[in-house]
Design a protein around this ligand. Structure first.
Ligand SMILES: [Zn+2]
Length: 470
């Protein structure tokens, strides 16, 4: 390149940088990174043509607490080789919800694990009986991100250093248990109704990277039998289950176990937790309580009450459109010694809810941007599900990445990863646009809660308040 060429390019760069600074860091002003997405599968084949149908649903639970023979494993979460398990404080679970409308059958799996490494997802799907009727593009798997579950589940390069070496025996045990839970849920399909609602709650999460961004929204998806008996309640909220620290030597689901236990005891059915964009979120702790388990219990039970209160006012419908799409996204070149690879990205539509499966730990800022963009396509309730189907660690906006610190160091694919993931999730959401205005003829009916009486029951429609637009 000639000297004048360099000068011209430098001048152009200065102008571009000045423009970028003037425009601020909003995603909209940034050039979208080039997307390389392959569509693996979709249901129906054209997900935009999903139609309403009568719902059936089933749910099942598996105990995935590692057996004693596998306790010589590192616990996952704190990267501490000395943190080996001495027992289980409470059980770790995998829970499966299968929902079918006669046209499409979908499955959501939640787990008390740090993450779902791709090899665990693939092993689970390989063990799944064809009789369950679920192709890979219909199955969304996610992890609560408990830091008191087992390591040893991932084959990825970084795993040996951070999570202990790969343990095929343990991964095989967990995959088989999850597969059996999915099959059991599919075998229990019965006529069902679907409801959903969301609301902001205060006092549950804070940003641990020193900025103020949080997403205080609790979103719930409620699936009941037409006999009014609850089948499942799925709770979505974004924070780290880290009440228990690296001194803890007992397997535990952390606050999530207390929350779901309280919901199941009070309401019946299977309670499930899908984490959201929790990359920079830690839970607000009640410091007056002296033990970590007491703080986890208080927090979990408080969130259970919020989730049941929100669910109680969710109008339900017997008919809903279901659709899903699974793609894989080429990641940028890694900045550290990890695999250059493609990762699954997924969107799943349940009526006018759009679940967006992000394969890692997005910050609240990144998650809110993904949901905002999905809302533009007409979805009433876009819901980011983090730690879904794979784990690529932290996903930050470019500015946040360049600020450095722990989460940026644990973000392995450079400054463009956040913008790339936002663009990719937007792309996948656009392919599954709702057409419910054309097809959803059946009106939702007001909530009829079979669990605790709601404090105030809204009329249909009003009760479906979603979080304010951001
Ligand atoms: Zn984390």
């Amino acid at each position: 390149m000639t000297h004048s060429g360099i000068a011209r390019k430098t001048a152009a760069l200065v102008i571009l940088l000045s423009m970028a600074l003037l425009c601020g860091p909003a995603y909209a002003q940034q050039a979208a990174p080039a997307l390389d997405i392959r569509i693996i599968g979709a249901a129906p084949a054209e997900p935009g043509l999903a139609r309403d149908g009568n719902l059936r649903a089933g749910a099942a639970v598996a105990d995935i607490t590692p057996p004693k023979s596998a306790w010589n494993v590192m616990m996952a979460g704190y990267f501490n080789p000395q943190q080996t398990p001495q027992g289980a404080h409470d059980k770790l679970h995998a829970k499966a919800l299968v929902i079918d409308n006669g046209q499409v059958r979908l499955c959501i799996v939640t787990t008390d694990l740090l993450s779902i490494p791709i090899n665990l997802r693939n092993a689970t799907l390989a063990k799944l009986s064809p009789s369950a009727g679920l192709a890979p593009d219909r199955v969304l798997m996610c992890a609560s991100h408990t830091h008191s579950g087992p390591g040893g589940l991932t084959e990825m390069k970084f795993a040996a250093r951070f999570l202990g070496g790969f343990r095929p025996d343990l991964a095989d045990f967990v995959a088989a248990k999850i597969a059996r839970a999915i099959e059991a849920a599919a075998a229990r399909l019965r006529p069902a109704t679907l409801g959903y609602a969301a609301e902001d709650v205060a006092g549950f999460t804070h940003n641990r990277r020193g900025n103020k961004t949080i997403n205080p929204r609790v979103a719930v998806i409620r699936v009941d039998g037409t006999d009014q008996k609850p089948i499942a309640l799925l709770v979505n909220f974004g924070t780290h289950p880290v009440f228990l620290d690296e001194d803890n030597r007992l397997f535990s689901a952390d606050f999530v176990g207390y929350m779901l236990g309280a919901i199941e005891a009070r309401r019946g059915g299977v309670a499930m937790f899908a984490n959201s964009a929790q990359g920079d979120q830690n839970p607000d702790q009640d410091e007056k309580l002296t033990t970590a388990y007491a703080r986890a219990e208080a927090y979990g039970k408080r969130m259970a009450l919020e989730a049941m209160r929100i669910a109680a006012r969710a109008p339900t419908r017997q008919q809903a459109a279901l659709a899903s799409i699974l793609g894989d996204l080429q990641l940028p070149k890694p900045t550290v010694d990890v695999e250059t690879r493609r990762v699954p990205i997924m969107a799943m539509r349940l009526s006018d809810v759009l679940l967006l499966g992000v394969p890692g730990e997005a910050t609240a800022e990144v998650g809110l941007e993904i949901e905002k963009r999905a809302r533009q396509f007409g979805f009433e309730l876009p819901v980011v599900i983090g730690l879904a189907n794979d784990e690529i660690a932290y996903i930050l906006s470019r500015e946040d990445y360049l600020r450095g610190e722990y989460e940026a160091k644990m973000s392995f694919y450079g400054p463009d990863l956040g913008p790339l993931m936002v663009a990719a999730m937007t792309d996948i959401a656009s392919r599954i646009q709702p057409v419910s205005r054309a097809y959803s003829a059946a009106p939702a009916v007001p909530a009829a809660e079979s669990g605790p009486a709601p404090a105030a029951r809204d009329a249909a429609g009003q009760g479906r308040r979603t979080s304010r637009a951001r």
